[in-house]
Write a protein that binds this ligand. Structure first.
Ligand SMILES: NC(=O)c1ccc[n+]([C@@H]2O[C@H](COP(=O)([O-])OP(=O)(O)OC[C@H]3O[C@@H](n4cnc5c(N)ncnc54)[C@H](OP(=O)(O)O)[C@@H]3O)[C@@H](O)[C@H]2O)c1
Length: 326
C-alpha cells in the first residue's frame, strides 16, 4: 500500500511517496482504510523533529482521519469491519491503511461525510476542551480568538458562538477576517495592521476581554493578556508564530486572571470517556450544520508535501485534507 513517509527530519520536500507493508491490528487495535486524513500545523513540526512527539522512522504525517474499519485485533468488541469511523492517530494517517487503538475512534454519525469527519477530531476537539473545560466560557462573555481563520481558530469562533459568547476574531489579513466573520465572528481585528492592545480597547471597551484563545504566541500574547478583563482567562494553545513568549507575572496578579494551558492530547489520554462523548457531540453538531468544518482544499496523497507547505506558509483558511486513495 502507498504511504507518504518521513524517513528523516526535514521539510515537506523531504517527504517521499513509497510502498509500505500492510498494517496488522494488535490487541485493542483496528485497521482502518483511510478515506481522508486531516492535516494540522503540528505536521509541519513533527516532520522537522520540532514537535513534542518524535515517532520512530519511517512514519507518515497526518494526525486525524476518517475511514472504514477493515481489520479487527484481539480484544476489540465495539467495532466491526465496515464501520465508518473517525478519530486521531497523532501520526500515520497519510497512508492508505493505518492501525489505531479502538480507544481513539468513534463511529461516524449518519450523515457526516468522511472529509469533514477527518478534519474534526483534533481541531474542534481542542477548541471544545479549551472553552468548555478550561476557560468554562459563559454565555454573554467576550471571547477573542487569535489566528481566527486557521484550523483551531475557526473551530473556536464557531464553538464560541454556539456557547453564546461575543466573538472577536483576530487575524493577519482582511480576507482571513472576512472568512472568520462569515463563520460567526461578531467583531474583527487585523493584528498585522493595528496594535492589538489598542484594538482590544476599541472593541472590548473598559471591561476588556473575558477569554483569549491563543494558538499563535509570538508578539500577540502579551498585549492579549494586558487586555483581559478582571478574572479573565488566557488559553495557551500553541505557538504558530514560532516564538514562545514570556510574560511579566504582575499582569496576572493585577487582573486576578488566569493563564491556562490547553493540552488536548493529554486530556484525551486522561479522560477517554469524556473524549469520546465530546467527539460524538461535535460530529453531531457538524452533521446538523452547526459547525462548518470548512475544508479549503483536498489533496491526493502524493501532494501531501504541498499541503504541509501551505500550512507552514500561513496560507490556509480552515482545514486541509489528504485522500490516500487518490
Ligand atoms: N494545545 C493543543 O492541544 C493543540 C491542539 C491543536 C493545535 N495546537 C496548536 O495550535 C496552533 C495552530 O494549529 P492549527 O493546526 O490550527 O494551525 P493553522 O491552521 O495553520 O493556523 C495557525 C494560524 O496561526 C497564525 N500564524 C501566525 N504566525 C504564523 C506563522 N509564522 N506560520 C503559520 N501560522 C501563523 C495564522 O493566522 P494569521 O495569519 O491570521 O496570523 C494561522 O491561521 C499550532 O501551534 C498547533 O500546534 C495545539
Amino acid at each position: 500500500m502507498k504511504a507518504i513517509l518521513c524517513q528523516h527530519f526535514g521539510g515537506p520536500d523531504d517527504l517521499v511517496l513509497a510502498d509500505v507493508p500492510e498494517p496488522v491490528a494488535g490487541s485493542g487495535e483496528v485497521v482502518v482504510e483511510v478515506a481522508a486524513a486531516g492535516l494540522n500545523f503540528f505536521d509541519t513540526l513533527i516532520i522537522a523533529g520540532k514537535y513534542q512527539t518524535k515517532p520512530p522512522f519511517p512514519f507518515s504525517p497526518g494526525g486525524e482521519f476518517a475511514g472504514t474499519v477493515v481489520g479487527i485485533g484481539p480484544d476489540v468488541s465495539e467495532f466491526k469491519p465496515g464501520d465508518r469511523v473517525m478519530g486521531y492517530t497523532n501520526f500515520n494517517a497519510a497512508r492508505q491503511r493505518t492501525t489505531v487503538s479502538a480507544k481513539q475512534i468513534v463511529k461516524i454519525a449518519g450523515r457526516l461525510d468522511f472529509d469533514r469527519a477527518a478534519a474534526l477530531t483534533i481541531t474542534y476537539g481542542t477548541a471544545y476542551h479549551a472553552l468548555k473545560h478550561r476557560a468554562r466560557l459563559k454565555s454573554g462573555e467576550t471571547l477573542a480568538v487569535l489566528g481566527a481563520s486557521g484550523g483551531v481558530g475557526l473551530a473556536t469562533v464557531e464553538i464560541g458562538r454556539i456557547m453564546g459568547a461575543r466573538v472577536i476574531a483576530c487575524a493577519s489579513t482582511d480576507d482571513k477576517l472576512a472568512f472568520a466573520r462569515a463563520h460567526g465572528a461578531d467583531e474583527v481585528i487585523n493584528y498585522d495592521r493595528e496594535n492589538l492592545r489598542d484594538a482590544f480597547k476599541r472593541v472590548a471597551g473598559a471591561h476588556g476581554v473575558d477569554v483569549v484563545f491563543d494558538p499563535v504566541g509570538g508578539p500577540y500574547s502579551e498585549p492579549a493578556v494586558r487586555s483581559l478583563a478582571w478574572e479573565g482567562r488566557h488559553l495557551v494553545v500553541g505557538f504558530a508564530a514560532g516564538e514562545i513568549p514570556k510574560l511579566p507575572l504582575n499582569l496576572v496578579l493585577l487582573k486576578n486572571c488566569a493563564v491556562m494551558g490547553v493540552f488536548w492530547g493529554a486530556w484525551v489520554r486522561n479522560a477517554p470517556a469524556d473524549y469520546k462523548a465530546a467527539l460524538a457531540e461535535l460530529a453531531r453538531w457538524c452533521a446538523e450544520g452547526k459547525l462548518s468544518c470548512h475544508i479549503q482544499q483536498i489533496y491526493p496523497l502524493a501532494d501531501t508535501p504541498k499541503a504541509i507547505k501551505a500550512l507552514a506558509d500561513r496560507k490556509v483558511m480552515g482545514k486541509l485534507v489528504v485522500h490516500p486513495g487518490e
